[in-house]
Write a protein of this length. Structure first.
Lengths: 604, 352
């Protein structure tokens, strides 16, 4: 139930009962901190990925109102400098470069992991601040489990989530469906129109639907074939700021498919990946009109990874990948981008205490010059009490289709944003207590920013240089006394992110963010409390002290009881924003006050 | 008993006296913002705002509307202000609304929130406002985006849109002269639209050519500045009695002229970051700059401009993410004062 920091993993794929969809994550990244949120943490949170990460990690989010567009800042970086990795594949939008965390439903995944720090060598563009990993791990043992959850909450918020896992020693299947919708017409606390009427969130209704199927087949004890597939549709009206604003809506659809073959025998291992990703948005400038603008991208990704155990302690991997992306839409013509890359990795597993990692990557692209990327790190466990991690890396974020081709204004001469990053992680463990303390420094060059350009168009330029540094603290403790179980988790991020030329803090980067949770269970009854504090943020590049979003504290409480029939049969009740805090993460985008949710979970 | 009754009477008269004084104060109180310049800031990701510069140029107040009216929202992309008596009508194009305030106190009076679709500019005649509305744009509505612009006719007694005048063209700036409405739009319209507000009928438009934007009427002549891309700018003088035209073609180095403003017998206009002036009766445009200011803004040079009371007012759009600047010059081009105003300042209005 707690969050494991840097889980240890069995390094031999073929003997495992569980096939981890992203084996690289834990095997060759011991020099960086990884926070894993497993399904019991996921089930205590609201279904959107934004909610899960907002209340359980150092990631900072800004939301255009509840359920609306949600973008992230990790380690003081921009929204497109955090990469979302779906079963090992980077799924950030090719059009915008970032991910909208309200289009993902967290319960669709077995685990959500957060890897702080650079990861472009393994995960490509956007892995500057860190990466968020959405994993579906396949289990090969005799099992048939159905998992059903129904949520009903304030503002006619409905959630249905069904998963089925069916497996034996040869086959593993997961099928899932989720739909989350809300009228989302919550009142704005203490805000009234000029006529004195209570203001509320208008035109904010949304519905997110996800379908997935994951399949694994063990061809022989050394070889496994897996297939992951997910489609999603997020249909949102966009909340009005003023009651008289034009009503608009936004539909996002995604299709993600990955076929993977892994084989390991003697000293040699091979992994082939073939992925097809499609994304599309439709924007309706007026919901009454049929007209919409759209953008679409389709990517084919092929990846080959050869591993060779050089000597007992050293494993080498050579990786080739190829990415072919076609983008088209209302605001740009047909454009195709091809990227080829070669990477080399060496992991020296000196002993169970000491691991060194080196990886190098160079991309060649039809569109831009790519920097030479590397990652160099080491993890040393001094004793059961203390583990030291050191990592140095170079990472990048490539220009998006919008940046390059937007008509008018796209700039085909952009360079990728690039960064150097150094971090030192200290992990302390004592009995059931873990504390991870990481210090980092990131130097980002050629930050792409849209500025008013020639004529009436805005145009992106490689303008800014940013230095970001700070400290991340993650702590966890859990224990059981008889029938009483406790788990306490907390995170704290201190972030300085400065434009080198102006020496100003980047807007929408808080200096302080804190999360905390306490979970208690007694037999079949469990209760939990969640806490979030976001410090103030500037909303303007000049750090105008009059133009800030105030800091806020939000608390949620929940309780559930397992009635004890079937494998599990829980009835739960949650009070969100229990202290009725008036808050917003973006100007004039108020979030709801105290609201309620109840749920039923059935496992059979 | 008597004492207390007397006391009561005394108390009453004091309170009457006090309230009388208050009433008098209200009458005398002509507002904190009655002697100065209103700078409209269109905003960018946030709401628009109004800054106030006192006439003696000694002080500036930011966000006058928010200061007076608290958390109420002025709207996105505040485009322009028009006036009727002591009322100011602030048009927020991005929020389809007009906020009505007392121009001197800036206290909110009412809002016009229905019947507007991307409103732009307005004028007032006989208790009614005539506001141009861009409606849909051709990039989002190729079929009728360029023909669906309209004038919303607003009854200023009720603050409701009472009718619409369809224009079958694009519309932006609007001028009232000799009882008629004259409308320009620089991107998709090569005509000067003429509307009779009494009949709500369109009259024959005047072929002034493309890219016509700012205009002002003086002594029966409408001066319209047009600046076709890559060609000479010109002032088209339309004689409103017979709609005849003659032109002043600008020297070739003065392409892309903007911001026509007539003040004290002179026509002022801008090119890039320079201000020029010529006599109203001149037959050739001056190419000698009165002043040149420094701007790092690519898009927002001369974003707002006005000449009034022996001052030249310039607003620089800046980067549209931070507060920007307004500059006040003398008519001979000497910088007198520089002010920090809001995000994207686009116009000056005068309370005198």
């Amino acid at each position: 139930m707690c969050q494991w920091i840097s889980a240890q993993n069995d390094s031999i794929i073929n003997l495992k009962e569980v096939v981890v969809s992203d084996a690289t994550l834990h095997l060759s990244n011991k020099s960086q901190s990884i926070q894993v949120l497993n399904d019991s943490v996921i089930s205590k949170n609201q279904s959107s990925l934004t909610n899960l990460l907002n209340y359980n990690s150092v990631l900072y989010f800004k939301e255009y109102g509840r359920g609306m567009l949600s973008t992230v800042s990790f380690r003081g970086t921009t929204a497109s400098q955090t990469a979302v990795i779906w079963n090992g594949i980077n799924v950030n939008s090719q059009l915008t470069g970032n991910s909208d965390f309200n289009t993902f439903s967290a319960p669709d995944f077995n685990s959500v992991s957060i890897k702080a720090g650079g990861g472009s060598v393994s995960y490509g563009s956007g892995a500057i601040g860190g990466t968020v990993h959405l994993n579906n791990d396949l289990v090969f043992k005799n099992k048939f489990v159905n998992d059903f959850r129904f949520d009903y909450g304030s503002f006619t918020t409905l959630g249905v989530n069904y998963k089925m896992a069916f497996s034996n020693k040869k086959w593993s299947t997961q099928i899932g469906f989720s739909r989350n919708s809300s009228d989302n017409d919550y009142e704005y606390l203490d805000l009234y129109t000029w006529k004195g009427e209570q203001r509320k969130n208008e035109n904010g209704q949304y519905a997110t639907t996800n379908l997935y199927a994951n399949l694994g087949y063990k061809i022989n004890p050394n070889a496994v074939l897996t297939f992951y597939s997910q489609t999603s549709n997020t249909d949102r009206h966009l909340s009005l700021v003023s009651e008289s604003d034009s009503k608009t809506k936004y539909i996002n659809t995604f299709s993600r498919n990955l076929l993977e073959y892994s084989e390991a025998k003697d000293r040699l291992s091979t992994n082939y990946k073939l992925a097809f990703l499609a994304e599309e948005y439709q924007y309706f400038g007026d919901i009454e009109s049929d007209y919409f603008s759209f953008g679409k991208s389709e990517s084919i990704i092929a990846k080959v990874d050869f591993g060779y155990q050089l000597i007992e302690s050293i494993k080498l991997n050579g990786i080739l990948d190829y990415n072919h992306t076609k983008g088209f839409g209302t605001s740009f013509g047909n454009n195709t981008r091809q990227i080829g890359a070669v990477a080399l990795k060496a992991v020296q597993h000196v002993d169970d205490k000491w691991q060194n990692e080196l990886s190098l990557r160079k991309e060649v692209s039809s569109d831009y010059d790519s920097p030479f990327l590397f990652s160099l790190g080491s993890s040393y466990i001094f004793n059961s009490f203390y583990n030291l991690k050191v990592n140095l890396s170079r990472n990048f974020r490539i220009p998006t289709f919008n940046d390059l081709y937007w008509e008018q204004g796209g700039n085909p001469n952009l360079k990728p944003e690039s960064s150097y990053q150094a971090e030192v992680g200290n992990i302390f463990s004592y009995k059931k207590f873990t504390l991870s303390e990481t210090l980092y420094f990131i130097k980002i060059n050629d930050l792409i920013r849209w500025v008013p350009g020639n004529g009436d168009n805005w145009s992106p330029e490689n303008t800014d240089r940013v230095n970001t540094y700070g400290a991340e603290t993650i702590l966890g403790w859990s224990n059981t006394y008889g029938k009483n179980s406790f788990a306490v988790n907390g995170t704290y991020a201190y972030t300085i992110s400065k434009n080198v030329d102006t020496n100003k803090q980047l807007f929408f980067v808080p200096y302080h963010k804190v999360t905390g949770s306490i979970a208690y269970s007694y037999g079949k009854l469990s209760a939990n409390y969640q806490y979030l504090y976001n410090g103030f943020v500037y909303t303007r590049s000049d750090n105008d002290p009059n133009e800030i979003i105030d800091g806020y504290q939000v608390s949620n409480v929940g309780i559930d009881y397992d009635f004890g029939f079937l494998k599990a049969s829980k009835l739960g009740f949650q009070v969100l924003n229990v202290f009725n805090q008036k808050y917003q993460s973006l100007e004039d985008r108020p979030m709801p006050g105290r609201n309620f949710n109840m749920y039923i979970i059935l496992k059979f | 008993m008597k004492f207390s009754k007397l006391f009561f009477v005394a108390l009453m008269s004091v309170s009457v006296f006090v309230s009388c004084t208050n009433d008098n104060d209200d009458v005398v109180d002509s507002g904190d913002y009655n002697q100065g310049v209103l700078v409209l800031n269109e905003g960018s990701s946030e709401q628009g705002s109004v800054s106030y510069i006192s006439n003696d140029l000694s002080s500036v107040t930011q966000d006058v509307y928010g200061t007076v009216n608290g958390s109420d929202l002025l709207g996105k992309f505040t485009q322009s202000i028009f006036f009727d008596g002591d009322k100011a009508y602030i048009i927020a194009g991005g929020s389809n609304k007009i906020t009505v305030v007392n121009r001197n106190t800036f206290k909110l009076i009412a809002k016009i929130e229905t019947g507007l679709v991307k409103p732009r500019y307005g004028v007032v005649k006989d208790g009614k406002a005539y506001v141009t509305n861009a409606n849909t744009y051709s990039f989002e509505n190729p079929d009728t985006g360029n023909t669906d612009d309209f004038i919303a006719v607003i009854d200023l007694a009720t603050n409701l849109v009472e009718s619409k005048i369809e224009l079958n063209a694009t519309a932006n700036r609007i001028v009232l002269e000799n009882g008629k409405l004259y409308i320009t739009e620089p991107y998709s319209n090569d005509k000067l639209l003429v509307v009779n507000p009494t009949t709500k009928g369109l009259e024959t438009p005047i072929n002034i050519g493309s890219d016509a934007d700012t205009m002002e009427a003086k002594d029966g002549i409408l001066y319209v500045l047009r600046s076709p891309y890559g060609a000479a700018s010109e002032i088209v003088k339309v004689k409103l009695s017979d709609n005849s035209m003659n032109k002043i073609t600008f020297p070739s180095e003065l392409q892309d002229a903007k911001n026509l403003d007539i003040e004290a017998g002179k026509i002022y206009y801008t090119v890039g970051t320079s201000v020029y002036g010529m006599d109203l009766t001149a037959t050739e445009a001056s190419n000698t700059a009165i002043l040149n200011y420094t701007s790092t803004s690519d898009w927002g040079k001369m974003y707002g401009f006005a000449v009034r009371n022996n001052h030249i007012f310039i607003a620089d759009g800046g980067d549209f993410t931070a507060n920007s600047k307004a500059y006040v010059y003398s008519l001979t081009g000497t910088l007198q004062k520089e002010f920090t105003v809001g995000v994207g300042p686009n116009g000056f209005y005068f309370n005198e």
